[in-house]
Structures are given as structure tokens and as C-alpha cells.
Ligand binder design. Sequence first.
Ligand SMILES: [Zn+2]
Length: 405
Amino acid sequence: MKDPNYGKPTMEGVQYCIRCCIPATQEGVKFDEMGICQACQSSEQKIHINWVEKEKELRRIFQEAKDKAGSNYDCIVGISGGKDSTFQLHVLTKVYGMKPLAVTHSHNWFSETGWYNLMNSLEKFNVDHIMFTPNRDLVNRLAKKSLEGIGDTCWHCHAGGSAFPLQVAVKFNIPLVVYGESIAEASGRSSYKNPLMKFDLDYFERVSIKKNPKDMIGGTVTEKDMKPFFLPTLEEFQRVGVTLMHLGDYIFWDDERQMEFIRDHYGWRETEIEGTYKGYKSAECIMPGMHDFTNYLKRGYGRSTYQASVDVRNGLLSREEGFELSKKFDQEIPESLEYYLKITGMTHEEFYELMKKKRLDEIKHIELPVVQKTRKNKERILPYPEQLVEREEQRRKAEQSKNEK
Ligand SMILES: [Zn+2]
């Protein structure tokens, strides 16, 4: 017999987009009078955009940047080793002959696959690279504060990932900062015909960081700790004339195709990612499972809802199939919860108690089921540097006991 709940969303009585699986609890989501979300509208507009014209515009922007740069770098590109940034490096260096300075703000939660992907991209694209890595102890302290503050585990990555490329842009006098996916693509915050016009400091504080570094100071976190997370000042920003652009506003963006392309041409690697059925978004990190699980506990949906919605828009899944995938993956307790509790010293009870407080008021009355995960994640949930250190210690121990025998 068919399950009567088949194809139904997780939350009863909550508005969902009539086309995809996105609920009204998504931050910043807007529905039109028909009940269609902005990301769905955007995906329709995308087909009607004159991409040939857009590409000409891109060529012009890059030429201008090269002319202005002279002997300096042509642009800054933030890279993580992820799918998007690897594709960006391809576009910048191979298609447009740009000389970027690649910049990484490390979350210090690299997966083994992610570390390989980052190193591989530096080798394949021959780019100069600067990486900033906040220390382990600070990352652990911030992970705890982050959950208390913004209700997810990843403040240091949101904040540092936004701030560091801009700090480098200012220090090295490189005005053009290139990002990947358009904000119109699937975030639901804007659409191609209604792009966010101003990328200024206010934008970052509002959209990306959610919490000012100043707000993190206190308790275990000092002012000195926060130094790397501040954006440049408005004066610095203006002195260099920093301009931000998203490649996805100029070339047709297709996640799936791009991943296949970099995999087949450059040896980029997918991995298993907790909380979803796809293996390429946030592959560089061991913690996306926690990021998305906390989102589920706050807003009633996780990464698989988001990705299923993209697939529904692209005609790869029916909306019902999308909801089924959402339920299967969003509700699973990730293995990374154990790592998170270890580094923060929190208990399971404290974690769920806090998440209950973080849940949106409009869904406080709804039961959000969670399911124990039974299979082990393909990749180990431990930052790759720690794996390296551990491996060496084990090797030494084994050698020592061999010598003693
Ligand atoms: Zn939609």
C-alpha cells in the first residue's frame, strides 16, 4: 500500500513554494501572488537572459581589470577547493587569461577530499595563493559561540570567508573581487532581473556575517581573537575601489555540469556529504552536516530540501520526489554532531535544548522528527590536519613497540 504521507512536506500548515520544495521559513524567501518562490522565478528568467550579451560584458570587465592592474594581480578570487571555486579558477585562468591572486580563509575543518581538491587546484591552475587559518582552539571556541549566537555552527567560516578576501584586496591594492554563483541562483534572496545592486559593507553585515565580530567578543572570546574577522573599513574599501562581481551573473550557471567538467578535466573529487544526497557542495568541509542539521532544527528544512528544489526546477525530480528526499536526509542526525559536542564540551541534551530555543516562532508548535543515522560516513569526520598528526603518532607508537620486542 502506498504511504499516505508520500510526497508530502515535513511541516504541516507551513507555506511551501507551489513549484519546488522551499518553505516560507527560508530566510529572506519571497513568494509571488501565485505562491512561486523567487528562486523558481529566477530559474525561469535565467532561460530568457541573453547570455551572449552578458558574456561580452564579462569580457569587457576583465579587460578593464587587466588594463588597470598593470603589473599587479588582475583580481582576487576566494577559493576553498570546492566545486565552485575550482570552476572559477578554470574560467579565470583558462578562458579569460586572468592572473588572479587566490585567497583562502580556512575553516580549519578540511576534509581529506577537500584538502586534496584545494592542493590539486593550485597545481592544475598555477595560481599564487594566500591562506589564513584560524587556530584550532579558537575555531572550537567560536563553534560554541556561533551556535548560541546565530544558531548554526559556522560563524567563523561565514565571517572569515567574507572578510579575508577583502582584507587581501585592500592590502594588495587589487580592486576586483570575483565570486562564483549568482546570488539570484538559488538563495531566494534576489532574482536575475532584480539583482542586488550594491555590494557594500552593509551588504556583508546583513547577508553574510549575520553577526558582527564585535558581538562575538566576551566570555571565552577576546578582542584579539576577533582581529582576522573584521571587514576592511569603508575608507580602505573606497581607497582601493573594491568592486565585487559574481561570475554567475555573466555566464549560464549549471552546478551539475560544472562539477562533471572539473571532475573529468581536472581530477576534482566528490565525496559523501552528510544531510544530502549530492556529493559536491561543501565537499571541502567535515561540518556541512552540522550546518544543515541545525538549519533543519531552526527552520524545518536542510540541505537536501534546497538541492532537491534545484533538481525540481531543472526537471530532474518531481516535487513529490523532492519532498521524499528532504525527509530522508534532512532529518538524519549527522555523525559530525559527535565531533561538534567533543570540541565544544556540550552534551546532547544541551544541544537540543539550545536548538529548541533557536527554532522560529512560527514553527515552534511543529514536531520536527530526527532519525538516527545507521550508516557510517564514507569520509572520516575529523579535520584532515588532525588526521595527519594522529597517523604519525600511531606510526611512531607502532615503531616503538616493534623496537621494544
Ligand atoms: Zn520555488
